[in-house]
Design a protein. Structure first.
Length: 201
């Protein structure tokens, strides 16, 4: 089977899966857009800005640097310094937008179906950074709805998929989701979404 024929068959299969009634959910970080390196550089600059301790961090492409890793890297951080680093990391992110990369395969799905289907961004990213990143790639207008990071009153993790489904008032069986993080894939399944990451063309 030639590559072109295989691609054609994959596209036909995706058209079979994504019908006119399908609602498409997309995650941003690590799925639609690779932001890991920009995120790491933002943290690194923020840590140096707040602590001035000369700590040399090494980028690990297998693990996204997050708040948990921050506490591991700097176990003696005061709460004030910790919060300052988080705040400055958000501020510095704009300096490293050029280090983000579009996942073209996922973007192709978004661009193809955004004219015919309801498309929703479902992210744990804060609003400012999400919009900054989407605008950088000219994708903001491709979404009918955007759901940003949500924190419960007791600071507990909220299932972003369940949250979006409830607010949109839609049945999970109509949703096709694109999400690459294992923990979030489990959340999507818990929310009742059955089709996750179908053929990517």
């Amino acid at each position: 089977m030639t590559s072109d024929l295989k691609t054609m068959e994959e596209k036909q299969e995706l058209d079979r899966i994504i019908t006119m009634d399908t609602i498409l959910f997309f995650d941003m970080d690590g799925t639609l857009i690779d932001t890991d390196y920009a995120n790491f550089l933002s943290y690194k600059k923020a840590i140096h800005s707040v602590t001035n301790n000369g700590l040399e961090l090494t980028y690990n492409s297998l693990n996204r640097f997050n708040r948990s890793f921050l506490k591991i890297a700097l176990p003696n951080l005061t709460q004030v310094d910790y919060e300052n680093i988080i705040q400055k990391k958000e501020e510095y992110y704009k300096d490293f937008l050029s280090e983000t990369k579009l996942n073209q395969e996922i973007a192709n799905v978004l661009l193809k179906y955004s004219n015919t289907n309801k498309t929703v961004l479902v992210t744990n990213c804060r609003k400012d950074r999400a919009l900054m990143t989407l605008n950088h790639f000219g994708l903001t207008e491709k979404f009918d709805e955007i759901f940003y990071r949500q924190i419960s009153d007791n600071n507990a993790r909220i299932n972003k998929f369940t949250n979006a489904i409830i607010k949109l008032g839609i049945p999970p069986k109509l949703i096709v989701a694109y999400e690459f993080e294992e923990i979030e894939i489990a959340c999507a399944k818990e929310a009742g979404i059955e089709i996750i990451n179908p053929l990517i063309v």
